[in-house]
Design a binder for this molecule. Structure first.
Ligand code: FE2
Length: 173
């Protein structure tokens, strides 16, 4: 049975393992093998983004992606293992060309699927099917303390990531 505390504990241990990325991927894969169990045993999350745990090695989040708005393209500057356990999410993928974000393809993740983004990868995310999607994210670093970039929707130019800038660049879907 899924337990959020156990998931966070397992993710922390994995991030401290000799090969943290492989270990964290294993934790995500095992967790998402039964996405309905995650859904059934998840405590209610009031906020769209909930930080479950963070230290110097790992940052663990619960995410709700709305179908009504799209957060701006951004990077993570650390490896990110991003999984979905309910609904479907569409990741807009961007290439870094001359320092600017150029729209590339799309990646749709359904319940039980996850993807590993590299430190320089850029994406935006939206819930699909007229309903929010729910996910669990593990980052191999202190995400809230890492200097990261947002990218202008129009020009693709980088902007330092701050909470105000992030909020101001959210686009209605
Ligand atoms: Fe992200």
């Amino acid at each position: 049975m899924f337990s959020l505390d156990q998931f966070a504990s397992d993710a922390r241990a994995a991030a401290a393992a000799p090969e943290p990325l492989n270990a964290v991927i294993s934790v995500m894969a095992e967790t998402l093998a039964d996405p309905d169990a995650v859904r059934a045993n998840m405590p209610e999350m009031v906020e769209n983004e909930v930080l479950l745990f963070e230290d110097d090695t790992v940052s663990i989040w619960h995410e709700r992606f709305l179908h009504t708005e799209i957060p701006p393209p951004h990077d993570h500057q650390t490896h990110a293992v991003l999984g979905a356990y309910h609904g479907r999410e569409r990741n807009g993928l961007f290439r870094r060309v001359g320092g600017q974000a150029i729209k590339g393809g799309e990646l749709v993740l359904g319940a039980g699927q996850f993807h590993v983004f590299g430190p320089d990868d850029i994406h935006s995310v939206q819930g699909l099917d007229g309903t929010p999607s729910l996910g669990l994210h593990i980052y191999l670093g202190p995400l809230t303390r890492i200097e990261r970039s947002l990218f202008d929707w129009g020009t693709g130019a980088p902007v330092p990531l701050t909470e105000d800038a992030f909020t101001g660049m959210i686009r209605a879907a």
